[in-house]
Design a protein around this ligand. Structure first.
Ligand code: DX5
Ligand code: ZN
Length: 234
């Protein structure tokens, strides 16, 4: 699985989809032009919400051939890596705050032959990534406190993204993908790409207006890149 860094990718977060018809929603969002299917896994302990398990991931796997980007917001994620790998994940991202030995888990994920991602919460400093970057393919910067869709991006996280981009350049790790998650919309998309985002997760800004708008919403996000009337400057 290759992701070209030159063009920002849109990852549709199915957290905002209709769970009663999840397979169809995955198919529709694929057809509407999403590059990646972002799957939010929550355990009711690391975050105050419970969502999707490996059986659900495996049941929707056949509805799209696109990249399945599994974001594990669960404690001790190492215990569930095999299950999500078998369910069809192409990227597995763990939270730095949820694992005592994240390097070991990232190595394990990489050895499975899929991409290993590490995520940090808004309150976690970019410095905590310094000794992790040698072991991951992707860094997921949370722009909101994880747990729910529909929140507003915390502005300080954009500077953090920029700092992480500089850190990966200094360490000559330019292949590492930078993904952002939380509150992405047409007003901040461009600023986030400028600050270094390669993959932008979007949930409510794609799904909330209903199925007829999926394609248009994805197009609007793409077209907002470099638009001069961009409203949020951070
Ligand atoms: C939040 C999740 C996000 C969320 C994004 O904990 O990780 O993926 O679904 O949703 P929006 O785009 O609505 O902020
Ligand atoms: Zn997510």
């Amino acid at each position: 699985m290759k992701i070209n860094k030159n063009k920002p990718k849109i990852a549709a977060s199915i957290l905002s989809a209709d769970f009663s018809i999840l397979g169809k929603e995955v198919k529709d969002i694929d057809k509407a032009g999403a590059d990646i299917i972002h799957i939010d896994v929550m355990d009711g302990s690391f975050v105050p919400n419970i969502t999707i398990g490996p059986d659900v991931v495996s049941s929707i796997r056949n509805y799209s051939k696109k990249i399945f980007d599994v974001h594990l917001m669960i404690k001790n994620p190492a215990n569930y890596v095999d299950s999500f790998y078998k369910a069809g994940a192409d990227i597995i991202t763990i939270h730095l705050e949820a694992d005592n030995y994240p390097i070991r888990t990232l190595q394990y994920i990489k050895n499975l032959g899929i991409k290993a991602g590490v995520s940090i919460n808004p309150s976690t400093s970019e410095e905590s990534l310094r000794y992790i970057l040698d072991y991951c393919d992707l860094v997921l910067i949370m722009l909101v406190n994880p747990g729910f869709g529909g929140q507003k991006t915390i502005p300080s996280q954009v500077k953090k993204l920029h700092n992480i981009k500089n850190m990966i350049s200094e360490k000559n790790k330019k292949n590492i993908l930078l993904e952002v998650d939380g509150g992405v919309n047409v007003n901040n998309f461009s600023a986030l790409v400028e600050a270094g985002a390669d993959i932008l997760v979007a949930g409510s800004s794609i799904f909330n207006a209903g199925k007829k708008m999926y394609n248009k919403n994805i197009k609007n996000l793409r077209n907002s890149w470099k638009r001069s009337d961009n409203k949020e400057n951070f």
